[in-house]
Design a binder for this molecule. Structure first.
Ligand SMILES: Nc1nc2c(c(=O)[nH]1)N[C@H]1C(S)=C(S)[C@@H](COP(=O)(O)O)O[C@H]1N2
Ligand SMILES: [Mo]
Length: 252
């Protein structure tokens, strides 16, 4: 069977069983095809699995929603962050020349990139929205290099299933699956609108994941780890979000 008709079949199967009584059957199908999110164990588990499985089958390759330049927000709102650590202040005082992005885990060549290294890779720009789970949003142009290129550069190994990414902010990390990691709109962002990415918006380096809610777009990213086993990270739920009642997969 070709991949498209197989995908159609599974999606139809999931949709047909989507009623309350069908959730168990949908979960059985999702499990069989490896479409279970890391936070599927809790009370909302079956629902999360159904959402994730359907989205993965239907939209793994669709683009993020883009906007015309005229819709760029005049007054974008930067969410409050914790006061910067000494380490961050020191890097900032040096114009971020010593900022490094470490890429490790299930990659053939663990590598550390400076911002200049990242800027020498192909640069893309996209006008997309940051949508916070609390209901507000803004539109900006984001400029950077696709995460996929950096992963290829480091020889990401085929057993990789998730990409974990860390902020310099203590305890903050997130993860996405390979479909989102390799998606062309998932951008290691160094620029916003007309200049360098401002610090309040995550500068010098933010991972923009425009197909998911704002909380997946982590600011101040310093490390990216590829893994075949997400259960090894934190409480094994794929991020800290599910510990606070938010879905690991936050597709929009
Ligand atoms: N390092 C870091 N990244 C973060 C956050 C944060 O507190 N710290 N907040 C997240 C949340 S909840 C949202 S909605 C967006 C907000 O993006 P903005 O600050 O550009 O508005 O950033 C996300 N990335
Ligand atoms: Mo948010």
């Amino acid at each position: 069977m070709n991949p498209i008709s197989r995908r159609k079949l599974i999606t139809m199967g999931l949709a047909a069983t989507a009623g309350a009584s069908g959730l168990i059957e949908a979960n059985r199908l999702a499990r069989r095809y490896g479409l279970v999110p890391p936070d599927s164990g809790g009370f909302f588990g079956p629902g999360e699995t159904l959402t994730y499985a359907c989205q993965r089958l239907l939209t793994a390759r669709t683009p993020a929603r883009e906007f015309p330049r005229s819709m760029i927000s005049k007054n974008p709102f930067a969410n409050e962050v914790a006061p910067p650590k000494e380490e961050f202040k020191r890097l900032q005082a040096g114009g971020f020349r010593d900022w490094r992005l470490v890429v490790d885990g299930t990659v053939a060549r663990p590598t550390s990139f400076s911002l200049a290294d990242l800027k020498s890779l192909p640069i893309h720009s996209q006008i997309t929205e940051v949508a916070c789970e609390e209901g507000w949003s803004y539109i900006a142009e984001w400029i950077g290099t696709p995460l996929s290129g950096v992963l290829r550069e480091t020889g990401v190994l085929p057993q990789s299933r998730y990409i974990v990414y860390y902020s310099i902010e203590k305890g903050l990390w997130e993860s996405i699956d390979m479909a989102d990691a390799m998606h062309p709109y998932t951008l290691l962002t160094m620029g916003m609108n007309d200049g360098d990415l401002p610090v309040p918006f995550g500068g010098p380096l933010r991972l923009r994941v425009p197909r998911q809610l704002g909380y997946k777009s982590l600011k101040y990213v310093t490390r990216i780890t590829a893994t075949d086993d997400i259960k090894k990270f934190g409480k094994g739920l794929g991020s800290v979000d599910p510990e606070y009642g938010y879905a690991w997969y936050a597709g929009i």
